[in-house]
Design a protein around this ligand. Structure first.
Ligand SMILES: C[S@@+](CC[C@H](N)C(=O)[O-])C[C@H]1O[C@@H](n2cnc3c(N)ncnc32)[C@H](O)[C@@H]1O
Length: 304
């Protein structure tokens, strides 16, 4: 008997559940939508629609990939982040919800009409930089990533989102000297300790690029390189926002302080875990007004 949308959904869900997938109901639905070429509401409004042989075969193949723990975002080739949708592939980390706190932190520190220059170190899919450019229509940005495949994905995302006139993505490393000054510097660098990678979920360990994960012996290698680079490249009165991993808040703050950057605000994720440091030049002209919590960038000194 031919499968219907609802029977296929149920079989896919059961297969994923048996494989230990954490969200079998949602994942099976998303894969069914892709295989059947249907939109989000069709399964609800027309659940007994029969599946063609081709769609059923395609669905079975997608379920097999997910059973092997390939992330749904990689199978679909896209991931929602902030208010946008990004193309993703095995070349880039699929952007995570917790990274939205980096975006939020910068938005809280800057004025919506500011003509900001933004630097994103380790830009991956371009998620952070492009989300900021979408929210700050007069801003321009540069994304740097050591992976040329990641840079290609970020450029494609900039194009697809209509932001390519304000976003540049280049292959490079935070170890290399860049010139100029930026009002905003953001980064979500690799921060997993090398020895912890083997214990990660298979979705991350086996499918996300190692370059996006491996932070060296203690997970802090990138911050050691980023702190002096940020100090040199951050404009006077500028703001940096850095994501970090579990238990790294104090160490990252210490690395910022050794180069006279001042960690001024610690942001926690929805689980209450410290996630993002907002930092400024310790001796910068805006320190006083920042401490008062009033000053915003790019607004000629007026208040938010
Ligand atoms: C955790 S991922 C973050 C990607 C993206 N910013 C996001 O938040 O979704 C870290 C990124 O840093 C890049 N990366 C690793 N080492 C780097 C280096 N030395 N210089 C620049 N980028 C680097 C990786 O290729 C990867 O894209």
């Amino acid at each position: 008997m031919a499968e219907t949308l609802v029977s296929a959904w149920g079989k896919g869900r059961d297969a994923l559940k048996a494989a230990g997938v954490a969200s079998p109901v949602l994942d099976a639905r998303l894969l069914l939508e892709k295989a059947a070429g249907i939109g989000r509401t069709t399964i609800i409004t027309d659940p007994h629609q029969t599946l063609t042989q081709d769609a059923w075969a395609a669905f079975e193949a997608l379920i097999e990939r997910r059973r092997a723990r390939e992330p749904v975002s990689h199978i679909l080739g896209r991931k929602a982040f902030w208010t946008l949708e990004f193309e993703v592939s095995s070349a880039v980390l699929a952007p995570r919800p917790e990274t939205e706190f980096v975006v939020e932190a910068v938005l809280a520190e800057t004025h919506k009409d500011a003509a900001l220059s933004i630097l994103d170190f380790g830009s991956g899919s371009g998620a952070i930089l492009l989300s900021l450019l979408a929210m700050r229509p007069l801003a321009t940005g540069l994304g740097i990533d050591v992976s040329d495949a990641a840079v290609a994905v970020a450029k494609a995302n900039a194009e697809a989102l209509g932001l390519s006139s304000r976003a540049r993505f280049e292959v490079g490393s935070w170890d290399e000297k860049l010139s100029g000054r930026f009002d905003v510097i953001v980064s979500n660098p690799p921060y997993i300790a090398s020895g912890d990678i083997a214990g990660l979920d298979p979705e991350v360990r086996d499918y996300e690029p190692r370059l996006a994960l491996d932070g060296g012996a203690d997970g802090l290698d990138a911050y050691r390189a980023l702190a002096p680079a940020i100090k040199d490249l951050l404009a006077s009165g500028g703001v940096a926002a850095l994501e970090f991993g579990m238990g790294q808040a104090d160490a990252v703050a210490g690395l910022l302080e050794t180069v006279s950057l001042e960690p001024v605000r610690l942001i926690q994720d929805l689980g209450g875990r410290p996630r993002v440091w907002v930092a400024r030049h310790a001796q910068g002209p805006d320190c006083k007004s920042l401490q008062a919590g009033k000053k915003t960038l790019g607004n000629n000194g007026s208040q938010r």
